[in-house]
Design a protein around this ligand. Sequence first.
Ligand code: HEM
Length: 408
Amino acid sequence: MSSAEPRGLQAFPEALSTREAWLEPFGWYREMRENAPVRYDPGRNSWDVFRYADVKRILDDDSTFSVDPSKATDFVEPEGQGAGLILDTMLFEDPPRHDELRGVVEDSFRPRAIRELEPRIRELTREILDDTLEGEGEMDLVSEFAYPLPVVVIAELLGVPVEDRDRFKEWSDAIVSSASDGEGGEEFAERQQEVQREMGFYFLQLIEERRENPQDDLISTIATAEIDGEPLPREEVLGTCMLLLVAGNITTTNLITNAVRCFGENDLFGTYTDAGAVPRSAIEETLRYRAPVQAMTRIATEEVTMNGETIGAGERVIVWMGSANRDGRQFPDGDSFVPDRSPNQHLGFGHGTHYCLGAPLARLEAEVALSELFDRLTDVELVGTDLEPTRSSFIYGVESLPLEYATV
Ligand code: HEM
């Protein structure tokens, strides 16, 4: 694989290894849903699952399909101090530990708690737009708007000092993205470990500070949490802080960006600039049609048969939510963007035990961001010709999205 091709936390299927294929993987998904809905790929030593019903069944059955990578027969312990921090989190733990860890922060992410953040999110959104927009011109939606917003929001929720936000952007980006051009696999792994160590060290200082002197923020909640009267082990305190930072940034950036891309492709800019508010259903449809997370990994804990194929215990299974979301068995006219689609039971935030903790926050950020943006803009046009996909094998979006616009 050349350095320009996407790479990430899990091996990438050959069919999606070019830039063009990863920008529009949906034709390949369709072919797989029809011809090989559950298939073994010897090159990656993993299974791929493409249909909605099968994907949902796997996400719903966490005793047969574990999130714990150490249950894979080919699991190799990550080397080096700090290398496995992100593994010490709810995302990679099965119940009962999963439920205990999620319980520490769950209340802070419930829809009611999140709704209270709306005025502040609106204020932050307006500040970014004030700095970015001119009377008319061109902008890169990603770097100038969709990227800074989620980082600022989560940094504030966590309680990270304003002056450290730039460093945050770099860390969270490095962890989800792939190797930069020219780096080999080993260098990439080393860089990942280094970033995790730097971030870990930084968070440990903040955690100690908040333990002594708790504030009204998430780091304090996590640092002072107890499970059955015992404080959380240090690795889990650290892992949880880092997970919250990393899980919500590129994903929300790509939700905002993918939504604008979908609106442009479907001639909806005029509709939304006139209305001044983007309907929730159009955001849900983006989560279905161009889902920011296309795939997740599970490990079969026992032998299981699906669609006539037998998956062995300890084998890795990639569930393609991005394909499930286009499955015509679930979504009539699944390959069309229908902004008022209803019902829309997409799997953009996953399903079951690991359903995205940050879904209410991501929805609110997208709603505020898109409404504020379209409230100010008019004559919007997508002007990019050579879009570059986000360099990751499970996160889906584009590196930049150039727009021409005038302001109202
Ligand atoms: C889990 C998607 C935003 C925190 C997940 C999962 C998906 C997902 C698909 C399930 C993973 C699995 O089943 O293995 C997204 C998308 C987002 C987004 C598309 C934005 C559009 C956020 C935000 C946060 C967040 C803003 C927090 C600040 C989490 C956490 C989990 C998770 C903590 C693990 C939940 C668990 O294991 O119980 N997300 N996410 N996400 N997400 Fe999000």
